[in-house]
Design a protein around this ligand. Sequence first.
Ligand SMILES: [Zn+2]
Length: 113
Amino acid sequence: MHELSIAQNLLTLCEQNAEKNGAKKVNEIIIKIGRLSGVEPHYLQSAFDVCKAGSICDSAKLTINLQNIIIKCKSCNKENELDKNEFLCPNCGSNELDVIDGEDMMLMQLKME
Ligand SMILES: [Zn+2]
């Protein structure tokens, strides 16, 4: 299961951060998931709940923010947010696009004690 290894990686990242900051407990973990990342937030949430047991994140709440797809058009140089999975520039209709955001998962914030 894809989400399980992601949850484990996330947990390791949180543990490293907590250790670096001398924290005893992690209260909340805020992450960003790009709509193109292929990560299913619901599955990640349950996978995380399984993995976190007994760790420093045992009672931590996982907050997931979905990141929309942001593209930059190579033809007209405009940046736009795509709400559909249709890779066309809303400005000029070109399909020569660079994806700027919405591809990855990223740890945004850790609330620790
Ligand atoms: Zn364009």
